[in-house]
Design a protein. Structure first.
Length: 137
């Protein structure tokens, strides 16, 4: 975050920005950046805060604002979640859904077809084309 603000999203053509700049940002206590300044999350994790929900809520607000100010102007939102990569801070309600598969893992292979289809583990629907079980034991 030591880079000049010219390299931040609003310095690269985005009109508005809400999110995080660091790659491994804590999803419950993030370093929020709004436009060109640092901010605070609107509420605490004890009150149910998670960055993913906050990003969606702010995106909806930006769309509403855009439609109010210039309804004829097209809008674009680049919404990138942080919970799906390190440090893997997925919301508890999502993590609890997958506790039924404690010893299974997902295997993705890029050479299973000419288009790079995935090979799916048991956690995927039965109609997945290249599904096979993977036991991590």
């Amino acid at each position: 975050m030591a880079a000049t603000r010219r390299t931040w999203p609003t310095g690269r053509g985005f009109e508005r920005y809400y999110g995080f700049l660091g790659g491994e940002t804590n999803q419950w206590y993030p370093d929020i950046v709004e436009d060109n300044h640092f901010g605070e999350p609107p509420y605490t994790p004890e009150q149910g805060y998670h960055l993913s929900k906050d990003l969606v809520d702010q995106s909806i607000q930006y769309i509403c604002d855009s439609r109010q100010v210039a309804p004829e102007k097209p809008w674009f939102i680049y919404l990138a979640f942080g919970a799906n990569h390190a440090p893997h801070h997925s919301p508890k309600e999502w993590a609890d859904k997958y506790k039924v598969y404690p010893r299974r893992s997902l295997v993705l292979t890029s050479n299973t077809g000419s288009r790079g289809r995935c090979s799916c583990a048991n956690t995927f629907p039965k109609n997945c084309p290249n599904r096979y079980p993977v036991d991590a034991s």
